[in-house]
Design a binder for this molecule. Structure first.
Ligand SMILES: Nc1ncnc2c1ncn2[C@@H]1O[C@H](COP(=O)(O)OP(=O)(O)O)[C@@H](O)[C@H]1O
Ligand SMILES: [Mg+2]
Length: 256
């Protein structure tokens, strides 16, 4: 059995679309028949909420796993999609993470837990929080690959270079092979916007890392969030849903 691909969605400060991407990429991979686990690593629990599992209720979550109250297998919840499971998170992750923070060795904890279930999945998608705190570092340490969610409406060159430093720090500290798989632009109106942005921000050297697909600004994203539904359930024909399906296809080809 092939090893699964652990991908963390990271990026700029809040609002670049990390959680939207984590949910809808995971759903799209599952729709293409890939066995996918979405792991919510953010105490805000956006990915958990937007996958729509809250209504059903679930006994455990990532906080239970990290505090030894459940195994990771017990905490995994099935979704409406055949091939997709989720490891939910909620605010109780915050105090649990605070206790673990401050000890460098603990940054490897998510990676160690994932070792047990990695063979069961083709893809594990991790939604990381925005800060440079313990949970973000743990989420990056757990990953083989990083997808960076970008948004042309912010000045992000500085943020991007800082993220590169963090990646190098994590590789050196934890001897992992964390690599950027690609940069995904979100909330764009046209691809000309992306090339202009890369020139303006002095980032043209990273042009070859930008994915072919970009996610358009789309009302359907906001409406699907309101309804606590992935895009594919809210309106699979919407521009953003189509884009996430194309992006998933692109990722499947990258990892073939
Ligand atoms: N493609 C999009 N089209 C329209 N609105 C979007 C899009 N992507 C994100 N948003 C809006 O941006 C907000 C922040 O997205 P989110 O995924 O929570 O960002 P992050 O996880 O990086 O903080 C969403 O609640 C939504 O309102
Ligand atoms: Mg988020």
């Amino acid at each position: 059995m092939g090893m699964s691909k652990i991908l963390t969605i990271s990026g700029q400060k809040g609002g670049s679309g990390k959680s939207v991407t984590a949910v809808n990429l995971a759903v799209s991979l599952a729709l293409y028949g890939k066995k996918t686990l979405l792991m919510d690593c953010d105490p805000q629990g956006s990915a958990t909420e937007w996958t729509g599992i809250n209504a059903l209720g679930y006994p455990f979550n990532l906080a239970s796993v990290l505090s030894g109250k459940s195994t990771i297998i017990e905490a995994i919840v099935k979704t409406e999609f055949n091939c997709m499971d989720i490891l939910p998170a909620g605010f109780d992750l915050f105090p649990v993470a605070s206790k673990l923070a401050g000890t460098v060795a603990n940054e490897k904890i998510l990676r160690l837990f994932l070792e047990d279930i990695e063979p069961d999945y083709d893809y594990i998608i991790i939604d990381a929080p925005s800060s440079y705190g313990f949970l973000s570092v743990a989420a990056l340490t757990a990953a083989d690959w990083l997808i960076i969610a970008m948004c042309t409406r912010y000045n992000c060159a500085e943020g991007f270079h800082c993220l590169l430093k963090l990646i190098r720090h994590i590789r050196d500290t934890h001897q992992t092979s964390l690599k950027i798989s690609n940069l995904l632009f979100n909330r764009c109106k046209a691809d000309t916007e992306i090339s202009r942005f890369l020139v303006d921000q002095n980032l043209t050297e990273i042009k070859n890392m930008v994915s072919k697909t970009f996610i358009p600004e789309d009302e359907a994203v906001i409406k699907s969030i309101d309804k606590k539904m992935p895009l594919a359930l809210y309106d699979i024909k919407s521009p953003a849903s189509s884009a996430y399906l194309s992006f998933a296809k692109e990722m499947i080809l990258v990892f073939k």
